[in-house]
Design a protein around this ligand. Structure first.
Ligand SMILES: CC(=O)[C@@H](O)[C@H](O)COP(=O)(O)O
Ligand SMILES: NCC(=O)COP(=O)(O)O
Length: 237
């Protein structure tokens, strides 16, 4: 079974636009789970442009499926994750000025950094995942970091899909097969949508979880959040 983890960053984007508490981020998370989400993902960025550190603290007692906190492993981020103790932490190499996540880790160059950070989270009983592209050197390099999972960075797939879906999926199948051979569990995310999700799910073996936010929350503006969560779940059958 592939779990759908809904990334609620963009609920917080809308809330922050007016400075109040509407839409309520915690209420949205609880409802996403009620509508069928099997996880809630948040990505507190250094500038707190959407999800704030306090949102992460407020969400922890409310999330009853799996709580996944994504982010760059600054000391503030590490401290927050160790304080909150989610089911999973996903490390991304995003610089503070990044508009969004746009690359995976160079797991060879960052091996020692990742080993030190991942060991802290694992000692706290938190499952770890690291964002990687389909370069096999980075997939193979992930093993040495001690991470439990990789998260395949799927923006290149989403970009190429409309032109040539067979070409788009090919590197991801290769990377997923190699990761499984190495004993890594496999997550995926970034720019997955109602257009491209089902094919990705059908072609990628041993896919444990997809985390989806931007497209799903955008679709909810037209179809409603309950309908939309269930439409995405149907793509994972
Ligand atoms: C790692 C990943 O792909 C998502 O967390 C993405 O970074 C969402 O971040 P934004 O919602 O800030 O675009
Ligand atoms: N890890 C990917 C994620 O959480 C959501 O990415 P996106 O669907 O907002 O592009």
């Amino acid at each position: 079974m592939t779990r759908l983890s809904v990334n609620i960053n963009k609920i917080a984007t809308l809330r922050n636009a007016r400075g109040g508490n509407t839409p309520n981020v915690c209420e949205a998370a609880v409802n996403c789970e009620r509508f069928g989400a099997e996880g809630i993902t948040v990505h507190p960025r250094p500038d707190e442009r959407h999800i704030r550190y306090q949102d992460v603290r407020d969400l922890k007692p409310l999330v009853t499926t799996e709580f996944n906190i994504e982010g760059y492993p600054s000391q503030d981020f590490i401290d927050l994750v160790l304080e909150v103790k989610p089911e999973q932490v996903t490390l991304v190499p995003d610089p503070p000025e990044a508009i969004t996540s746009n690359a995976g880790w160079d797991t060879v160059k960052n091996k020692d950094l990742l080993i030190g950070i991942i060991s802290q989270f694992k000692a706290a009983g938190i499952r770890t995942s690291i964002f990687v592209d389909t370069n096999l050197a980075n997939v193979e390099g992930a093993v040495a970091t001690g991470t439990d999972r990789i998260e395949l960075y799927t923006e290149p797939y989403a970009t190429e899909y409309p032109e040539d879906k067979e070409a788009a999926i090919r590197p991801f199948v290769t990377a997923a097969k190699r990761a499984h051979e190495l004993g890594l569990e496999i997550n995926a995310g970034h720019d997955l949508s109602l257009e491209n999700l089902q094919y990705f799910y059908q072609e990628i073996p041993n896919l444990a979880e997809v985390s989806i936010g931007h497209a799903l929350i955008s679709d909810a503006l037209y179809f409603g959040l309950e309908n939309t969560v269930q439409m995405y779940k149907k793509c994972l059958k």
